[in-house]
Design a protein around this ligand. Structure first.
Ligand code: Q9C
Ligand code: ZN
Length: 634
């Protein structure tokens, strides 16, 4: 009779087989001259040290990295991109490597980048295959460079190849023998997984779920497609889910709420064969880029909740995460969950934010026809936290654009606006609008350097206040105001003005979180008659008084920088043309404040009057002339 296995061995054979992939070769990718960078080799080493020190690594099946074959990377990326990423470390690029890196958004290369990138993609394939085949129950791939920002033909956001997307395609397309037909990708990195979203946007075999800071479109990668309105297309409709936080400071309670009320019910209905986690840990407490506060226990709970699906087949692939202690502790907590260690989860101390609840409701609304389980009513009467103060919010945010202070940032973002006449089919009309070529000061999207500087005639303001009729509005301007108060336009805000309390300051006066100076408001303080969220072609925009790229003058122009041919997610407010002008005055700092008695003086003529409106509606174009505004300095 064979001897019964020793108790320890029996326990081990029952215990979950958890893969843990670590390979020092993925530390070769580093900044070219040793400059500091958050995405650095120490990230992998810090996690690996922790898992060993805690005796967790030895309980896992430790694996080495494997190179991804080109044909598998090619299911996601263009051949040009693969070729460049694989050759960028070679001698041939020694003199041009940095220059090429600068063409991308947030990318560096060195002599180790190619090797690391190919290993990172190959490693996720490797563990995904083993989990799908049942050799492992679950696995953690400690890989870098990260992947979820990388697009078909583009490296960005510290990512060269989209490791998780490559592995998902490998399972679906190259290994029918493993029987993986449906994949859930959970992207809990604090940034939107733009690359992965695009990759599977039409594909119902992959349910992509990303929860990320959005901050009204200003958080990296700062594209509108991170909003909850992007739910997939064609056969993939409903298979893309974004949960876009409005601000930082989100933590365990917010994420658990998104899990309980969005992800888990949908996962139940979708019934995936395997779950790939784009496991960035930059939403962790203490992360320098994320500004959120998930604790290690929070990650453990989120992961535990996923174990109930796909027979527990979970593959975690590291994405971001830049506080070495936070990522080490978080991965340690996740590893223990996969190994089956018992956790006692006390209910999270913090309550979700009020915004969290609103966002969850909006996501459910957007998706309820695709996932009927989301149409049920959410519980009411929850105790909720109010939005954190701006000083807290901006503390560790990674908002675009680079290097501008908070004031500059909110100003720049809020001033990117378009108007649209109230009764037209909005996107169609906007797509046809263009600047009138004849009158163009800014000729093309890329001609920033050829911007003409408009004359900066000073507007005379009578010192003794004789032109001031009321406290605020001069005699002269009353005439145009009554006309314009009868015409309604849709004001489309992009970025921080999508946040209604902030936008309302331009109408009702006052100061919202994040504003440096109070707004004086419009003469007519009645609230917008309508609000509408829309995705519109990204074309006609108004600038503020001066920006480095756009030059001086409150001019209208085609957005010279991003998304020239793309679409923007905007919040449109139906307001009067008078109010619209008052907003333009405030955004372009054209309202004079007379320090002595607190009077506010508005300009005497509108920037966009009825004749401009008429011109625009008949020509579907706009003269620059009407908005060559006199620049007032104060
Ligand atoms: N104001 C990942 O977490 N930020 N990538 C650059 C700085 C780039 C993050 C803008 C953040 C990329 C994988
Ligand atoms: Zn990230």
């Amino acid at each position: 009779m064979a001897a019964a296995p020793a108790p320890a061995a029996a326990a081990a054979s029952r215990a979950a087989r958890v893969g843990l992939l670590y390979d020092e070769r993925m530390c070769a990718h580093a900044t070219p001259d040793g400059e500091e960078h958050p995405e650095n080799p120490e990230r992998l080493r810090a996690i690996w040290r922790k898992l060993n020190a805690e005796g967790v690594a030895s309980r896992c099946v430790v694996l080495k990295a494997k190179e991804a074959e080109d044909k598998y990377i090619a299911s996601v990326h263009s051949n040009n991109h693969i070729k460049l990423m694989k050759e960028i470390s070679s001698k041939k690029y020694d003199s041009s490597r940095n220059k090429i890196a600068r063409k991308y958004n947030s990318i560096y290369f060195n002599k180790g980048s190619s090797e690391s990138a190919v290993l990172a993609a190959g490693s996720v394939i490797e563990v995904a295959e083993k989990v799908a085949a049942g050799e492992l129950c679950s696995a953690i791939a400690l890989v870098r460079p990260p992947g979820h920002h990388a697009e078909h033909d583009e490296a960005m956001g510290f990512c060269l190849f989209n490791n998780v997307a490559v592995a998902a395609n490998y399972l679906l397309n190259d290994r029918p023998d493993l029987g993986i037909k449906k994949i859930l990708i959970v992207d809990w990195d604090v940034h939107h997984g733009n690359g992965t979203q695009k990759m599977f946007y039409n594909d119902p075999r992959v349910l992509f779920f990303s929860v990320h800071r959005f901050d009204y479109g200003s958080f990296y990668p700062a594209e509108g497609d991170a909003s909850h309105c992007f739910i997939g297309e064609e056969a993939g409709k409903g298979y893309n889910i974004n949960v876009p936080w409005e601000h930082g400071k989100c933590g365990d309670a917010d994420y658990v709420a998104a899990w309980d009320h969005i992800l888990l019910p949908v996962a139940e209905a979708f019934d995936p064969d395997i779950i790939l986690v784009s496991a960035g840990f930059d939403a962790a407490l203490g992360d320098p880029l994320g500004g959120c506060c998930i604790t290690p226990n929070g990650y453990a709970l989120l992961l535990t909740k996923l174990l109930g699906f796909a027979k527990g087949r979970i593959v975690m692939a590291l994405e971001g995460g830049y506080n070495l202690r936070s990522i080490a502790n978080s991965v340690f907590a996740c590893a223990k969950v996969l190994l089956g260690d018992k956790f006692t989860f006390s209910s999270p101390e913090m309550q979700p934010f009020e915004s969290t609840w609103r966002i969850i409701q909006a996501v459910r609304n957007e998706l309820k026809t695709c996932w009927p389980v989301l149409s049920s009513k959410l519980p009411e009467n929850l105790s909720l936290r109010v939005k954190p103060l701006p000083s807290e919010l901006y503390a560790s945010s990674d908002s675009e654009p680079d290097g501008e202070d908070v004031d500059e940032l909110s100003g720049a973002v809020s001033s990117v606006n378009v108007i649209q006449f109230a009764d037209d089919a909005i996107s169609d009309h906007l797509s046809k609008m263009k600047l009138d070529e004849e009158n163009l000061a800014v000729k093309t999207a890329s001609s920033c350097s050829t911007v003409e500087h408009h004359p900066t005639d000073l507007v005379e303001v009578d010192k003794d206040g004789s032109v001031v009729l009321s406290k605020r509005i001069s005699d002269f301007s009353l005439a145009w105001r009554s006309d314009l108060s009868r015409t309604h336009v849709w004001y489309a805000s992009f970025g921080s003005n999508m946040w209604k309390p902030r936008f309302l300051c331009y109408i009702q006066g006052g100061k919202a979180d994040g504003m440096s100076i109070p707004c004086c408001g419009s003469r007519d303080t009645s609230p917008p008659r309508g609000t509408m969220w829309k995705t519109v072609p990204h074309r006609l925009l108004f600038g503020r008084s001066s920006t480095p790229c756009w030059g001086t003058g409150g001019v209208a122009f085609l957005n010279p920088e991003i998304n020239y041919n793309e679409k923007s997610y905007v919040c449109m407010y139906k307001i009067t043309l008078e109010q619209f002008n008052d907003i333009l005055f405030q955004e372009n700092r054209l309202v004079l404040e007379d320090g002595k008695n607190g009077n506010v003086v508005y300009p005497d003529s509108p920037l966009i009057g009825l004749s401009e409106v008429e011109f625009m509606s008949t020509n579907k174009a706009i003269h620059l002339e009407p908005i060559k505004v006199p620049l007032i300095r104060y």
